[in-house]
Design a protein around this ligand. Sequence first.
Ligand SMILES: [Zn+2]
Length: 166
Amino acid sequence: MLSRRTLTMSGIGALIAGGALARAWAAGGPAAKFEITKTPEEWKKILTPAQYGVLRDHGTERPFTSPYDKLYEPGIYNCAGCDLPLFSSETKYDSKTGWPSFWKPLDNALGTKDDRTLFMLRIEYHCRRCGGHQGHVFEDGPKPTGLRYCNNGVALKFVPKAKTPS
Ligand SMILES: [Zn+2]
């Protein structure tokens, strides 16, 4: 098993090609401490393979595959890993990218880090409670923030707003 600590500079080039470095980062370095931590085996018991691939393995779902991409019902989008509320339908918009997009997260929901995979710098964001990877944030979003939180739908769990009894 490769651990981050045993990586040498000479090994990094080879690892980037194999995607192992991306996975090492996604797994969280020694500094990453989250309220909810589980072993990969424990996560695999509660997540589908698709959810695991994004949340724990830093994957990206294919665009236009998530039913949440075109969903605009009122409600809250929770982390699919630990159920922490991350986004409100009130900040969701159609970015036409094929991924559910938001211009603002809920308060105290996300953590971010630099992501230098794919040979460019992007800002990765994740659930601040379990560290589950959610997506990347870009600066081409709508007003008032100008931000676009490009989220993997499979990493979210939509909770419809309770309808008031008629
Ligand atoms: Zn979470």
